[in-house]
Write a protein that binds this ligand. Structure first.
Ligand code: MG
Length: 572
């Protein structure tokens, strides 16, 4: 779960916060040189990604400080969500040159932070790190057979099993590291090092950090300035560790924070006021959509193992009430397929109109009756076809107030249709354990997010086999061999082949018919800016940049890096 602040307090309280809200800046008012002595008009203050003291700059292991990948280390390609296309980055180009061969040409003129040249050997070395079991992309070597440097600019990849979709995803999600530094480390060091002196190819270098912040400094030169006419504008980036909602809102209002990627309930009211605060859209849903929140039934337990029951449940949910009442329209209702707005063109509209669901209590009731779920004992709730009572718990973490409110809406909607669902709020650690181990009835989850391909969504939904512990996919523990076969087929199909769309359509039909997970709403790419120091932020305005306005991990390589090039300092 990204960009979340658990504490929700009244907007007016936040507005009344005073200038001393930022820990570590001694309560000083904004001065020409801000906290730490960085000139304010050359410094970008951000927040919304880091949740504890900065502790790791290791680009091989996810979860490092924001910008470790993106600002310091870089990827071979970027993914452009506006075009659903890959943009060459450290790679000059990459193409399939044989049935099972992908040839990658590296960009010339790229150097590491220590002045050494970036080489094809760095690329080969980084991919081969995946041969270490503890490296998150070790799975790559179950379908990649070899990586071979055929000349100083070229790496030839030969696959045992060609997975086009997964490969593209790999190419923009994983940072390349310098062989001359990392090859001096042991396998254990590679996966555990905090890498406190990171050396990358990116536009920034690590400057310093404290318990509450990370600071980056722009490098004297960056390859993309010459190669792509790109120049990042802030000399310094100070990323503040999230503390509370009041602090984030207070800093933003005072102009001590330029970009907040927190969920800030009530921000819609500030956008309408004269606080210099803006969101991507000036009206609902205010934010771009980042991921889809879904109701996850545990399909290994009755009655959640019955598709007819799950479909009836879907019809009992008043999502509009959640979107408007809980979120004040900061999110939007999900498409029944769960496919994000960036994947709109892939949605099979005919399947949605035939098989989709909408809020309709009467229909939910009649669907339950038709499937044998009736109130046999007159307590107002249906029993299972075999007569056993149904009482289900629906869980979200305590303190996630928006989700807590949302599941109250879902539970009361279900109860109105005759399904006895009770909302419960375990702490987030207990919930994670329950989700991983499959010890739950129903929960809300939004693991998947926008990517280069809907394959990531269906891989999340249908991945088999179901293991004792499920860490990042198929939390509903749904077993459907033909759906999983289609997901694998999808990964092996190039996007431009007609079969890509027909396979996607089949997956949508299975999902809509079976509803192993019920799409509810699209979470926002939480992003609010104060434009009193920096302007030209991404927005929906016709002449504004359209890149993703976020500092979240993995989003720099989804194009957020361009935001730093588009920014303009406000002239004094
Ligand atoms: Mg009953």
């Amino acid at each position: 779960m990204r960009g979340r602040v658990a504490l929700v307090t009244a907007l007016l309280l936040a507005v009344s916060q005073t200038a001393s809200a930022c820990p570590g800046d001694g309560g000083q008012q904004a001065a020409p040189a801000g906290a730490g002595g960085y000139p304010r008009n050359e410094t970008l203050y951000t927040s919304g990604t880091q949740w504890g003291p900065p502790s790791s700059w290791n680009p091989v292991i996810p979860g490092g400080v924001t910008g470790t990948v993106g600002l310091i280390y870089e990827t071979l390609f970027l993914y452009d969500p506006n075009k659903l296309a890959m943009t060459p980055w450290l790679a000059e180009k990459g193409e399939w040159t044989g049935d099972k061969v992908y040839t990658l040409t590296i960009r010339e003129g790229v150097t590491w932070g220590d002045g050494k040249p970036f080489t094809a050997e760095d690329v080969k070395y980084t991919l081969e790190l995946g041969k270490i079991k503890a490296v998150p992309y070790s799975n790559l070597w179950t379908w990649l057979a070899s990586a071979e440097v055929t000349d100083p600019k070229t790496v030839k990849f030969t696959f045992s099993d060609v997975r086009y979709q997964e490969w593209d995803n790999f190419l923009y999600e994983n940072a390349i590291v310098p062989k001359h530094i990392w090859s001096t480390r042991s396998e254990a060091d590679i996966t555990t090092t905090k890498n406190e002196k990171p050396v990358g190819t990116g536009p920034y270098e690590y400057l310093t950090h404290d318990q509450d912040r990370s600071v980056y400094k722009k490098k004297a030169s960056w390859w993309a300035t010459k190669a792509l006419k790109l120049e990042v504008k802030p000399t310094y980036i100070v990323d503040i560790v999230n503390s509370s909602n009041e602090v984030a809102m207070g800093l933003l209002l005072q102009g001590k924070m330029d970009l907040s990627n927190n969920f800030l309930p009530g921000v819609a009211n500030l956008v309408k006021g004269s606080f210099n605060i803006k969101t991507y859209y000036p009206e609902p849903p205010y934010m771009l959509s980042a991921n889809v929140a879904m109701l996850i039934p545990n399909t290994t337990k009755a009655p959640m193992n019955d598709a007819a029951f799950r479909r009836a449940l879907a019809h009992s949910i008043d999502t509009k009430k959640i979107v408007e009442g809980v979120y004040g329209k900061l999110v939007k209702q999900a498409d029944p397929t769960g496919l994000l707005p960036v994947w709109e063109k892939y949605i099979d509209k005919a399947a949605v109109s035939a098989l989709g669901f909408t809020f309709d209590t009467a229909k939910a009731k009649s669907m339950l009756t038709a499937a044998g779920y009736t109130d046999k004992n007159g307590d107002g709730f249906v029993e299972a076809p075999n007569g056993s009572a149904i009482k289900l718990s629906l869980i979200v973490p305590a303190g996630w107030t928006d989700w807590m409110e949302a599941i109250r809406v879902i539970s009361s909607g279900a109860q109105a249709a005759g399904i006895n669902i009770v909302p419960e709020f375990p702490d987030s650690g207990a919930l994670d354990d329950a989700r991983t181990a499959g010890n739950f009835d129903l929960l809300i989850n939004n693991w998947t997010e926008m990517s280069n391909t809907p394959w990531t969504f269906y891989n999340y939904l249908f991945q088999l086999p179901v293991q004792e512990k499920q860490f990042n996919a198929n939390f509903e523990r749904y077993t459907n061999d033909s759906a999983w076969a289609l997901v694998q087929k999808l990964s092996r199909t190039p996007t431009d082949k007609p079969e890509f769309q027909t396979t996607l359509a089949e997956l949508q039909k299975i999902h809509l018919t079976e509803l192993p997970a019920i799409p509810l709403w699209f979470n926002g790419l939480w992003s609010q800016v104060n434009d009193s120091v920096w302007t030209n932020w991404p927005s929906s305005a016709p002449d504004a940049p359209k890149h993703l306005p976020t500092t979240w991990n993995n989003f720099w390589e989804r194009g957020a890096i361009y935001m730093l090039c588009d920014l303009k300092p406000v002239s004094k």
